[in-house]
Design a protein around this ligand. Sequence first.
Ligand code: F6R
Length: 261
Amino acid sequence: MEVIIRPDAAAAADLVARIIARELLAHPQLVLGLATGRTMESVYNRLVRMHREDGLDFSLCRTFNLDEYVGLAEDDPHSYRHYMQEHLFRQIEIDPRNTYLPNGTAADLVAECARYEQTIRKFGGIELQLLGIGRAGHIGFNEPLSALHSRTRVKALAPATLHQNAPLFGGEEKVPRRAITMGVGTILESRRCLLLATGTGKADILSKAVEGPITAMISATALQLHARCTVVVDEPAASKLQGAEYYRWIFENEPEWEGFR
Ligand code: F6R
């Protein structure tokens, strides 16, 4: 795992967008894993700008989202399909047939989860997986005690998640109780993971995820097992990291980051 600290949220989102753009330029047929949530909005803004201003081309890439609420139709304004349409897909002119999210309204949810895993496999697996982190440490909707080998499945959302997402729904009671999510094991199979966390509200959980012991109680700690995981944070989110000085040194000195400084 590598931790990269940028001065503020804008610079952190900028770095994440540039990493994605670089991978896409090198591999136009990239299989890209996507996340939703407030943190990702500024990443998608930047990717849209790169598409418009620099011609960043998404026409050959395929995308797989981490999760979708159970019971919400694609055109429901709270569905993650709708979020992706608004923040990214519609604006980068990607063929909708190349964008995949689990179907939260499938009649057979178990079969839908198996089908989603199969589709990921059919395209050779996810090459770059974008991730956020919930305040209780979930990646995707892998709530506390999610097995570190778990696969795509239906999960009940933890009270902390219902609370976190309540403002988007206008009240906790309106947040769907369940979601389909890629499993921790599914995420760990991506060739590269890229997690973005910003703001003081994430400082506590981030220090546990990065520097704490690996535990199924905090699914993000499983990323410590990943062979190529980059965690990009702003200074406020980094405020509780013990090794912050060392992480800053890495960004300034590792050849990999030369083009990004
Ligand atoms: C959403 C997802 C979640 C979010 C996390 C952070 O697809 O997978 O794990 O990334 O809940 O959400 P924000 O960015 O809203 O704090």
